[in-house]
Design a protein around this ligand. Structure first.
Ligand code: ADP
Length: 762
């Protein structure tokens, strides 16, 4: 007896099948021979054969007999189903008692045959075209009945072992046939569904392969075409290449590729295409690669600074220090310099010279009037018309990753509903943060740590403290007339002539004419107006030359009025007449220094104080201090203030904060008024005053002294504590003025003749 076990197979009677001899022999004590009996056991579950126990097999099996042996193969024919009355299993040895299980033959064999034929042809139809069928068709055609069909396909039937066993255990042939048909057709249907899904998948795969192949082909052909017509390279390809070559950091590259993909999908007619194009154009035109620090030659740098700018000795020294420190640190940026001074004093242009001296690119970013944070940090791209901020736009314009960026007018940032641009600027300037500065538009960080920032401002008053603290203030006090003359002669005139295409043979401007332009046609701390006048002069000369009116133009002072088409400026010159109660003061404004006249008057009244001019509360306090001081210094005159109204007028030219620095001027004016002692208008003064009569220091001394000299003042009283500031004052100005430091306001009153020295001593 040979036992053969199948894992999931169902063996039915009346089936002829071939088995490999080797397989049969491995399950038997002796080699198999023709006529040997075979038993097909059915396993309850997938189990390793070697360890099969009695309870692993179903109690109904199928019996067969070896009909023939052909070479390696044995042909076995199953005969009947058997009940296994008792089973003892021990490894591969089985002891069984068998009883043939009778069948109920309730299906006529003709009908059975018809149903079998139909099943087989349906199977062949379903499998039509499948690879499997190609080798199996002959084999299938050899099947003779439904039992064979089910036995051979049973391992493929989509039913459980239990259901298979139910088929085997069914005694009614008709019922068994129904069960077999049901299981068979279900499996067939399942196959069909799978097959369709697979075909669909295959088709889509094929389509993808095809598409890829076509794309590759197209791209190849496009490359060939591009070689012939480089002008036709598409935007996408252009950006693909630019992104590759840009040296972007990983984050930026990922973002750029994302945008590029969207651009591809969008196509040229898509409504976002323009926006996507602008973004890629922007980020790919930035320089992402780091540039190594250039070798620095201090001498050459100074030569460059000297070549472009006359004077500014201290500024140039400070710039050289900065350059030296950068060289030692092997860094491309250092402390942030803030140049403060009146317009036209050379702040911006020296920034340009720094770039030239360092051999780096230069860019100027104007911040005047910026009130929206987004102008510094960029708009998010979700906004229509979103743009990068001014800083990144400037960096792009510079075409370098380490330019010198001059941030102009940082004092003119406005804080309002658009956020706080100054705090955004702080992020840009802060060396701790700016290596990963993220412009909202770009949405990826850009390293600003190699950028050298230089800021300019007219005043530090309006710069928020946190921002101001980051910067090192260098003041540009403006130029004296003598300096202006040199600047005009050496720099401005040659440039103006060159711009107008005029040579030295065609135009000469006498030194007197230059001085006259400076003194009579400009009134400024800087040289912007002077530059404009010289430009006008050159243009006027050009007209004369081209029209043939003159072959060479020589400009003298008397020609200026006609050539410049401008009336000479009436300076706030010192007053001629001497009146008690009027004193010359000095003020600081954003445009440089100015002289002003403080006027006071007593009128019949009840002790009121009237202040006109626009100086507000600060000035009111200064007037009150002056009144109290004068009352205490001249007790016998005190009643004047009770029986009269005091009217003080201060011209509105000075900045509101400047009120206190008029302290000694106000006190002197009132003292002059009550003592009826006129003060020489060629004497000017500046200084804050305390209730004790002590003169306290003020700001903007160089500007004020320069204004005094311009206006024809001869003597200036300054606070003793400001004496150090005289270092910053041009020699020429110091020589032209008698500068008298004072400690007490009485020192002034004595020297202008209001008080006798003896009285002061008392
Ligand atoms: P700011 O920025 O202070 O308003 P600019 O730098 O724009 O002034 O200077 C105005 C013009 O004056 C520029 O053409 C500049 O070259 C010129 N200038 C200013 N100072 C000097 C100087 N010291 N030497 C030569 N040219 C100067």
């Amino acid at each position: 007896m040979i036992s053969i076990s199948y894992y999931n197979a169902l063996s039915l009677p009346n089936v002829s099948c071939y088995f490999q001899l080797e397989y049969l022999n491995s399950r038997s004590d002796q080699p198999v021979a023709v006529g040997d009996k075979v038993l097909f056991l059915m396993l309850k579950s997938d189990k390793k054969e070697g360890t099969i126990a009695a309870q692993d097999v179903y109690p109904i099996a199928t019996r067969g007999v070896v009909e023939s042996i052909e070479g390696e193969w044995a042909l076995i024919r199953t005969t009947s189903r058997v009940n296994l009355d008792s089973i003892q299993a021990d490894g591969k040895l089985f002891q069984v008692e068998l009883r043939t299980r009778p069948e109920i033959n309730d299906l006529d064999s003709e009908e059975q045959q018809e149903r079998f034929q139909k099943m087989r042809s349906d199977m062949l139809d379903t499998l039509e075209g499948s690879k499997w069928l190609m080798g199996a068709r002959n084999y299938i055609m050899r099947w003779q009945n439904m039992n064979e069909l089910i036995t051979f396909t049973s391992s493929m039937l989509q039913i459980s072992n239990e259901e298979k066993y139910a088929i085997l255990a069914e005694d009614s042939v008709a019922k068994r046939a129904e069960m077999m048909e049901k299981a068979f057709y279900e499996t067939l249907a399942l196959y069909q569904v799978n097959n369709e899904a697979q075909t669909a998948q295959k088709q889509s795969n094929q389509q993808q392969y095809r598409e890829q192949a076509l794309r590759r082909q197209i791209s190849f052909m496009q490359q060939e075409l591009d070689k012939l017509h480089p002008e036709n390279v598409t935007d996408v390809q252009k950006f693909e290449q630019k992104i590759q070559e840009s040296g972007m950091n990983d984050e930026a590259r990922a973002e750029a590729e994302k945008v590029l993909n969207r651009m591809k999908q969008e196509g040229q007619d898509g409504h976002e295409y323009g926006m996507l194009y602008d973004y890629l154009d922007f980020v790919t035109s930035l320089v992402w690669k780091k540039e190594p620090p250039a070798k620095i030659d201090l001498k050459a740098a100074l030569a460059v600074l000297d070549e472009d700018h006359f004077g500014l000795k201290k500024t140039k020294e400070r710039i050289l220090q900065q350059i030296a420190v950068m060289a030692l640190n092997k860094k491309q940026s250092g402390s942030i310099l803030l140049f403060v001074g009146a317009p036209g004093t050379g702040k911006t242009s020296i920034g340009q010279s720094i770039a030239k001296a360092l051999g780096r690119k230069y860019v100027r970013v104007s911040l005047g009037g910026v009130r929206d944070e987004a102008e510094i940090r960029g708009h998010r791209r979700t906004y229509i018309g979103a743009m990068p901020g001014r800083i990144m736009e400037g960096i792009r314009r510079s075409g370098a990753s380490n330019p010198v960026v001059v941030l102009d007018e940082v004092d003119k940032l406005v804080r309002d509903y658009g956020g706080d641009p100054a705090s955004a600027l702080l992020e840009v300037l802060d060396p701790e943060q700016n290596a990963t500065f993220t412009d909202h538009y770009m949405n990826v960080p850009y390293d600003l740590s190699d950028v050298l920032f230089v800021c300019t401002a007219n005043t530090t008053d309006t710069i928020p403290a946190p921002l101001l603290n980051r910067m090192e203030v260098i003041s540009f006090p403006g130029y004296s007339a003598l300096e202006k003359f040199q600047i005009a002669k050496k720099h401005l005139l040659p440039k103006a002539m060159q711009k107008a295409g005029i040579t030295e043979e065609n135009l000469t401007v006498s030194d007197e004419a230059l001085r006259a332009i400076i003194s009579d046609y400009t009134m400024e701390a800087g040289v912007r107006g002077l530059k404009n006048r010289l430009d006008t002069l050159c243009r006027a000369a050009a007209v004369k030359l081209v029209s043939g009116e003159e072959r060479a133009v020589a400009v003298e002072p008397e020609d200026l009025r006609g050539l410049l088409e401008l009336a000479p400026i009436r300076h706030d010159h010192v007053l001629e007449a001497k009146n008690p109660g009027i004193v010359t003061g000095l003020a600081w404004t954003q445009a440089g220094g100015e002289i002003l006249f403080i006027e006071s008057l007593l009128t019949k009244g009840s002790g009121k104080t009237i202040i006109t001019g626009q100086l507000g509360d600060v000035m009111k306090e200064s007037v009150q201090i002056a009144v109290s001081l004068v009352k205490s210094m001249f007790p016998d005159k005190a009643e004047l203030f009770e029986n009269n109204d005091l009217h003080v007028h201060v011209p509105a030219g000075a900045v509101p904060k400047d009120g206190p620095s008029a302290g000694i001027t106000l006190t002197t004016a009132l003292a002059s008024l009550v003592t009826k002692t006129p003060v020489n208008p060629e004497v000017a003064m500046t200084g804050e005053v305390s209730l004790r009569g002590v003169v306290m220091p003020i700001g903007g001394l160089p500007e004020k002294l320069m204004a005094a000299q311009r206006a024809g003042v001869k003597t200036v009283f300054i606070p003793e504590e400001n004496v150090d500031d005289l270092m910053d004052v041009a020699e020429e100005v110091k020589q032209a003025l008698k500068i008298i430091p004072v400690h007490y306001v009485t020192d002034v009153l004595e020297q202008v003749g209001i008080m006798r020295p003896a009285a002061a001593a008392a």
